[in-house]
Design a binder for this molecule. Structure first.
Ligand code: NAD
Length: 342
């Protein structure tokens, strides 16, 4: 079997080559991996000619026209090396006879721990302190944070990652609120109170997003949500960029509703993230204005990036490929009927 990997970085090659070598040594399957740094879209789909499957990532374009091109080149399976699949046209894939797989849970802790790292950085101004101390500026002016202990944390989406975040926040001694159409027994057992979205927005000092992006919840955090929040709310998004209307974040930062904003995902990240643009002029004015705020921090969609997660992603993706080869269902298939597109 031959798999063409798009948007492949050095760390992807290392993890996939290592795990594929282990698979081959066990005599289970002989899989050929072809890596391309370029992202996937209808124009680059031709690179997959001669491949049985394509392995893609969060910002690749798997819309109907790309999938049609891929099907024309003989590609029969899409192996998403991530949990989300909001960038795949599942109806088109089904129509074209392409099976879509994903990696549903490679390391919920990796993402949750990153969300908490962002929360702590934002709250205790670590990003500013780091810059200052490098300049031998040891002034503490403007570095005052708040105790997380005793504060109310609101978690939106209590699936695998939301639960991992709740476990950590419980350790901090927070009052825990959650909003999810499908409440979790594990969260309830932890003492989490499920409330409606308005109550969560009104009562939380810290809000962290852990739900998938769907057409229904696009911009769920926008002007109306900000109008319900307390002054000085800390907002963390490690889920998907379009859950947050970033234009209205600027307003919420200016009027003090947001005391801090930490984004690992950004609605227009496709033209920015995963590339070194340090020698270029960024054309995205909203991004530039946000980056200029002292209480906004970005990371470039790196919440998943731990050694453990990379190994799990490679292992599960290769297992998905083997299941496809053997025509065996393994539960990681994504069909248009799957509602929760995490
Ligand atoms: P999951 O399927 O285990 O949980 C998602 C939860 O969200 C479910 O409980 C679901 O009921 C809930 N939900 C669905 N729609 C909702 C809504 N409108 N409001 C509130 N809750 C809603 O998924 P997961 O593994 O916890 O992943 C969550 C998301 O994290 C993924 O969809 C993905 O977008 C994002 N993610 C980001 C990274 C990263 O590196 N930044 C990595 C992995 C996943």
């Amino acid at each position: 079997m031959k798999i063409c990997l798009f948007s492949a970085k050095r760390y992807d090659r290392v993890s996939f080559d290592t795990r594929n070598h282990a698979l081959a040594s066990s005599g289970l399957k002989d899989i050929e991996l072809d890596y391309f740094d370029t992202s996937l879209d209808a124009k680059t789909a031709g690179l997959a000619q001669g491949s049985d499957a394509v392995c893609a990532f969060v910002n690749d374009d798997l819309g109907a026209s790309t999938l049609t091109e891929l099907a024309g080149f003989g590609v029969k399976a899409i192996l998403m090396r991530c949990a989300g699949f909001n960038n795949v046209d599942l109806d088109a894939a089904a129509r074209l006879g392409i099976t879509v797989y994903r990696v549903p849970a490679y390391s919920p802790e990796a993402v949750a721990e990153h969300a908490i790292a962002l929360m702590m950085t934002l709250n205790r101004r670590i990003h500013k302190a780091y810059q200052r101390t490098r300049d031998a500026n040891f002034s503490l002016e403007g570095l005052t944070g708040i105790n997380i202990f005793g504060k109310t944390a609101g978690v939106i989406g209590t699936g695998k990652i939301g639960l991992a975040a709740l476990r950590i926040l419980k350790g901090f001694g927070c009052r825990l609120l959650a909003y999810d159409p499908y409440p979790s027994d594990e969260a309830k057992a932890m003492g989490v109170d499920y409330v409606n979205l308005s109550t969560l927005l009104r009562e939380s000092t810290i809000i962290t997003l852990h739900c998938p992006l769907t057409p229904e919840n696009t911009y769920m955090i926008g002007r109306s949500a900000f109008s319900q929040m307390q002054k000085g709310t800390l907002l963390i998004n490690t889920s998907r960029g379009k859950l947050v209307d970033t234009q209205s974040c600027l307003e919420a930062l200016k009027n003090g509703t947001l005391g801090g904003l930490a984004l690992d995902v950004y609605e227009h990240e496709k033209s920015l993230f995963f590339e070194d643009l340090s020698a270029e002029v960024i054309q995205d004015d909203v991004f530039r204005r946000l980056s200029a705020c002292h209480n906004v921090i970005f990371t470039g969609h790196q919440a998943f990036l731990t050694e453990e997660a990379l190994q799990n992603i490679a292992d599960t993706t290769l297992a998905n490929a083997v299941a496809f080869c053997d025509s065996k269902e393994n539960g990681n298939e994504v069909t248009p009927q799957v509602v929760d597109n995490s």
